[in-house]
Design a binder for this molecule. Structure first.
Ligand SMILES: *Cc1c(COP(=O)(O)O)cnc(C)c1O
Length: 362
């Protein structure tokens, strides 16, 4: 059998393993921060109709500039954004990779703040961008002073700030983004994949876009919109910034079917987002339940929680899996991450956690 070692693979990819959480079929799947509520029936019907209509012209290439979708995304985000300030691709992973292709590359550096979304380092590898590791403050927090010090130390071309942060759930203040932007000549990417789960009154980094042409805020329909399988991510930035991404995108990268599906979902945004409040309720319920079992739960503005105080994370992860509950081990010492599910999934998670947490041991 041929193995990777037999192929003339690029030297910097040798020995690397592919990204991916285990995709196991178990009753309770709380490992990749999906929205575990299905898309409402009425929205499905509209999406299907739009996809059917798109098939009339599927012999032709799709609208390369996804004009209608940019208009709909601008309308959804608000903040006075114009359609040309919006950019979309097959998941925000593709959007972020395009940012690295356009602004990173050989001889350039990206600054990230681990523990954070591990894909940032992955886009760096595949685009030949060097990675600088930024330090965080205590409790996974990020202050403006720390970010500025790390920018001055590493002089990056791209700064990526995940806000709120995955996998810790940690909120990031807008003062941190403002300070980062002022301290660098590079681009600043704020990954707001969990933006819709922030408290209603918390401002988005979208409010900082005017007058900051090197700032981009990325979002996704994968989490709050319960649309992970459709693959639609996007960012908002200055029109010149989105123009730069047109240099690296593949021709017709967003299929007509994807555009139709996303337009259908966005046309029903309030209905699609109906579950966000309920998910926050289950997240907070999960937090207080874990705390009462004696675990340390980190503050979260997302749809998941990082909890510490786990003696043997691998054993607890396996014990949960044996009981049909899949969560995530991100190799953060003594810690595991769990996504907020439905009320029923939360019940089942707690049944298993209670069985696996010895009484009086904590
Ligand atoms: C889930 C997630 C993404 C989004 O991925 P998609 O490609 O849009 O599904 C981006 N950033 C972070 C931090 C995430 O957790």
């Amino acid at each position: 059998m041929t193995s990777l070692a037999d192929l003339p693979l690029r030297a910097d990819l040798v020995g690397r393993t592919a990204y991916g959480a285990p995709q196991l079929h178990v009753p309770v799947t709380l490992n990749v921060n999906e929205n575990t509520h299905p898309v409402p029936q009425e929205v499905r019907a509209d999406i299907l109709e739009r996809i059917a209509a798109s098939l009339d012209e599927v012999n032709r290439y799709p609208d390369r500039e996804f004009t209608d979708l940019r208009l709909a995304l601008a309308g959804y985000l608000g903040h006075g954004l114009a359609p040309e300030q919006l950019w979309a691709a097959n998941g925000s992973n593709e959007v972020l990779q395009q940012v690295f292709q356009a602004f990173g590359g050989p001889g350039r550096t990206v600054l990230t703040f681990p523990p954070t979304y591990s894909m940032y380092a992955n886009y760096a590898t595949t685009t030949g961008t060097a990675v600088a590791i930024g330090r965080r403050d205590d409790g996974f927090r990020l202050s403006g002073a720390t970010v500025v010090a790390e920018i001055e130390r590493t002089r990056p071309d791209i700064v990526v700030i995940c806000a709120p942060n995955n996998p810790t759930g940690t909120p990031v203040g807008l003062d941190v983004i403002e300070a980062a932007y002022a301290a660098t000549d590079g681009v600043v990417i704020v990954d707001e994949a969990y933006g819709e789960f922030m408290p209603q009154e918390a401002p988005s980094a979208l409010t900082l876009l005017p007058g900051r042409p090197r700032l981009a805020v990325s979002r996704t329909m994968s989490k709050a919109f319960a649309f992970a399988g459709a693959r639609l991510g996007y960012l908002a930035a200055d029109a010149a910034f989105t123009d730069a991404l047109r240099l690296v995108r593949l021709p017709y990268h967003l299929s007509a079917i994807t555009q139709a599906a996303a337009l259908g979902a966005l046309a029903h945004a309030p209905l699609m987002l109906r579950m966000v409040d309920e998910i926050r309720v289950q997240r907070d319920r999960t937090a207080s339940g874990l705390a009462s079992l004696g675990y340390r739960v980190w503050p979260s503005w997302t749809n998941f929680l990082l909890f510490g105080g786990v003696d043997d994370p691998k054993a607890l992860w396996q014990g949960l899996l044996d009981r049909g509950v899949l969560i995530r081990d991100l190799a953060i010492p003594g810690s595991l991450r769990v996504s907020a599910g439905t009320a029923h999934e939360t019940d089942l998670f707690f049944e298993a956690m209670t069985a696996l947490t010895p009484v009086g041991a904590r």
